[in-house]
Ligand binder design. Structure first.
Ligand SMILES: [Zn+2]
Length: 313
């Protein structure tokens, strides 16, 4: 699989693809530690904390992308596939397309506008043009041939108390009012929109996971993984979005309760394996493990307390 970055993404020092390359590196860390199985007991504990299942649980689960496997195999397949992501030479051939145009959804005469209103269907008693944007009105991305869930406006979403950092559009157009994507496009393709917050240093101060304080005992950070330090790095947010892309097609499986350490520890194994954020937290734990931190085995999992362990390799 490949990714491609649109020229709408500014080439600034703070961007510079660091987000993408570090996200791939973190997911690769998950893949390699998962593959060590019983030779990596710290990772096995992290796995159990995130998914509520043993890493060697032999039950099969089905992911939203229709992959069947044990929890180990699901993590292996998804993280292994992401670890192989490489830059594409052009947009047409790429599987994951990254945009920073902030998803403008306004009626315009510009024939090249990315988002276009789906034309009214003949005889439709409730024509699309008269529906409500962000509720039930359909738009499509005519550059990438993607549909949009009518409930989301991507970067234009305004939700009380929540800022959209990034949004993934993962539904390729298949016969939209008789309109189809060209045959030569990859079957699996997704668009990840990076929103203004990504480029606002005040709102998202950390690009990289390396920005999380390294010389502090993480166990001394109040609330451990529940401290918002761990939600800030943009690379981790991108690792979350990558899980929404086809063929993985993971969900935010508990709606507004899909995000954050406390919420993901409350999920069933099935919902956790289907949930993008749960996989991201496994990346974070793999990353912390490389700094010889692990979940405190003597504290409740939901607290996310961390301890230093010099024996971790
Ligand atoms: Zn998500």
């Amino acid at each position: 699989m490949t990714y491609w970055v649109d020229q709408s993404c500014p080439d600034r020092a703070r961007w510079n693809e660091a987000i993408i390359t570090e996200a791939i590196r973190m997911v690769t860390s998950t893949y390699s530690r998962n593959g060590r199985a019983a030779d990596d007991p710290t990772f096995q504990s992290s796995f159990r904390a995130v998914f509520g299942a043993q890493q060697d649980d032999d039950h099969d689960y089905r992911t939203p992308g229709n992959f069947w496997g044990t929890p180990f195999q699901i993590v292996e397949y998804i993280s292994g596939s992401i670890s192989l992501l490489t830059p594409a030479s052009n947009q047409v051939s790429s599987n994951i397309r990254v945009y920073c145009d902030y998803d403008p959804m306004v009626s315009t005469s510009d024939p090249n506008a990315r988002w276009k209103l789906v034309p009214d269907r003949v005889g439709d008693p409730t024509p699309n043009s008269q529906k409500t944007l962000g509720v039930d009105q359909e738009w499509y991305d005519q550059i990438n041939y993607m549909r949009r869930n009518t409930m989301t406006l991507g970067c234009q979403s305004v939700r009380p108390g929540r800022t959209t950092i990034m949004e993934t559009f993962g539904s390729p157009i298949i016969n939209l009012n008789g309109y189809n994507a060209p045959n030569d496009l990859p079957y699996y393709r997704s668009v990840i929109s990076l929103c203004p917050t990504v480029f606002n240093r005040r709102l998202s101060p950390m690009v990289s996971y390396q920005d999380v304080p390294q010389n502090t005992a993480f166990g001394a950070i109040p609330n451990g993984l529940r401290n918002r330090y761990f939600n800030w790095p943009l690379s981790t947010a991108f690792a979350h979005e990558l899980r929404h892309c086809g063929p993985f097609s993971l969900l935010d499986s508990a709606g507004p309760y899909s995000y954050g350490w406390l919420n993901i520890t409350k999920m069933t194994t099935y919902n956790g394996l289907s949930n993008a954020d749960s996989h991201m937290w496994l990346d974070i734990l793999a990353e912390l493990e490389s700094r010889q931190y692990k979940l405190n085995p003597n504290a409740p999992v939901s607290e996310g307390a961390l301890v230093y362990d010099a024996s971790i390799s």
